[in-house]
Ligand binder design. Sequence first.
Ligand code: DAK
Length: 263
Amino acid sequence: MEFVTYEVEGMVGIITINRPKALNALNSAVLDELNEAFDAVDVNTIRAIILTGAGEKSFVAGADIGEMSTLTKAEGEAFGKKGNDVFRKIETFPIPVIAAVNGFALGGGCEISMSCDIRICSENAVFGQPEVGLGITPGFGGTQRLARTVGVGMAKQMIYTARNIKADEAFRIGLVNAVYPQEELMDAAKKLASTIAKNAPIAVRNCKKAINDGLQVDMDKAIVIEEKLFGDCFETEDQKAGMGNFLEKDKEKKLKVVPFQNK
Ligand code: DAK
């Protein structure tokens, strides 16, 4: 692949968007390769993914404005669908995806970070939805996911004004969970991913599905979704080993990483 790299470190996969000359802007080739990279993840051995951008300046500076500038209506729709399909794949990916936002996260960059489960960023990160300044609406889910992430009023303000915000403001409004010096960001992302990876994989997956699916329906239906995914954990090796270790009161065993098995 030319624009996306995929590395494995233990139980953590690292996907890097690598087009630094264009500040990692998303063109069709990048979107295709991202799709391929997520397809290549062996979810039976990998338990969390980190998504980041190459270089120290930009996570993703948006959809590729050069490529978009000449699109017809039909091509624009097809480009939107290509992006939305990849973003939805990330959002519904069976294992957690952490966005390590290492600089500009504008337009499609902000949007792809919001399709991840968790966002952390470096101190130089800048978030924004500048689309209305370019004569378009956010097209990769920004109008939907930003409102769900930071609340309707703040999302409307950011989208209508096209104002960029810095890392500290992104943290204050809940767009990112934590801010790190640039040189500490990847280590922090790996530590977070490893902490997730040490927990029971079926339970973690079911939590992701319960939260995602539950948010789409009313509370009565959401509770039923949780009940089913809770029940689904029983009789698995994860549940037997996890509870067994606790009941054995073996401190050593309780604290060690349990080799949980996938279904
Ligand atoms: N696309 C293409 N190239 C980009 C780019 C982008 N989004 N952002 C930066 N680049 C390129 C620049 O053109 C420049 O290339 P060269 O001139 O060196 O060849 C190189 O990256 C370095 O950028 P700058 O020279 O501009 O660097 P600066 O440090 O001065 O500025 C910046 C950094 C991030 C502030 C600036 O580059 C900038 O404002 N970039 C554009 C940010 C932006 O507006 N992004 C949002 C794009 S809109 C839809 C589907 C999708 C979308 C919408 C609708 N549908 C189908 C409905 C999504 C839209 C967007 O994401």
